[in-house]
Ligand binder design. Structure first.
Ligand code: DC
Length: 228
């Protein structure tokens, strides 16, 4: 049982996916965390983020486990033959965000991670959040949502987040919106598994509705699956 939630950065996927998973008692599979883990481990191993074959080999040795508890989705990583460790605190730095988007461009990495994502997702009822879940990873998911928000609204949210975090240099909302549009173009035009809505996905625009409403909408869409 898979609920696929795809969409661009800043549309509110992470918190929405987490709340939907909690409400339904499903596992939350944050696939971005897997790409981030590859970036982290390759950085530690001294591999270049441009070396597709080496990164693909590394990705094929990766195992990930999640634990959703007290509103936090912890990520545990293990390389074949190694011991498991909690990497939750190391995945969200700007450096790893950059690295994740670079490693995600290599077909070797995407192919290796495809199997891992499918294995984790098939083990338990799951909410799977990412960019290519409804199109590539779980094309047979019975509930697919493509969550969007206007670039202006995503920029506004990102701006508020930076201010709340006490960031020292906060760009203007217009500058953030420009950067978001550029990233959208790059993500949707990438050759392998570009960001796009599956033909059978329900598009949910979160620009003008509350997060509560988005969560309720997705839970309602998933409910017929639950009754099966
Ligand atoms: O969702 P996120 O910001 O944690 O994702 C990190 C990077 O991983 C992002 O730049 C795009 C990539 N990614 C991907 O290519 N495919 C996915 N299913 C999930 C993430």
């Amino acid at each position: 049982m898979i609920i696929a939630i795809d969409g661009p950065a800043g549309a509110g996927k992470s918190s929405v996916a987490q709340r939907v998973a909690e409400e339904l008692g499903f596992q939350l599979l944050d696939t971005g965390a897997i790409y981030r883990s590859v970036a982290l481990v390759s950085l530690e191993a001294g591999l270049s983020w441009e070396d597709g074959p080496a990164l693909g080999d590394l990705a094929s040795q990766l195992d990930i486990r999640y634990q959703l508890r007290d509103g936090q989705n912890r990520v545990f990583l293990r390389l074949r033959g190694g011991t498991e460790r909690d990497v939750s605190g190391s995945l969200r730095t700007p450096e790893i965000s950059q690295g994740a988007s670079k490693v995600a461009n290599h077909p070797e990495v995407r192919a290796a991670l495809l199997e891992l994502q499918r294995r984790i997702g098939r083990a338990r009822p799951s909410v799977v959040e990412g960019r290519d879940i409804g199109t590539v990873v779980f094309p047979d998911a019975r509930c697919k949502v493509f969550l969007t928000a206007s670039p202006q609204e995503r920029a506004r949210r990102r701006h508020t987040q930076l201010v709340e975090r006490g960031a020292t240099e906060v760009p203007t909302i217009d500058a953030i919106a420009r950067e978001i549009r550029e990233r959208d173009t790059r993500d949707s035009e990438r050759a392998v598994a570009p960001l796009r809505a599956a033909a059978d996905a329900v598009q949910v625009d979160s620009s003008d509705i509350t997060e509560d409403a988005v969560v309720a909408r997705i839970v309602a869409l998933a409910s017929p699956d639950k009754r099966d």
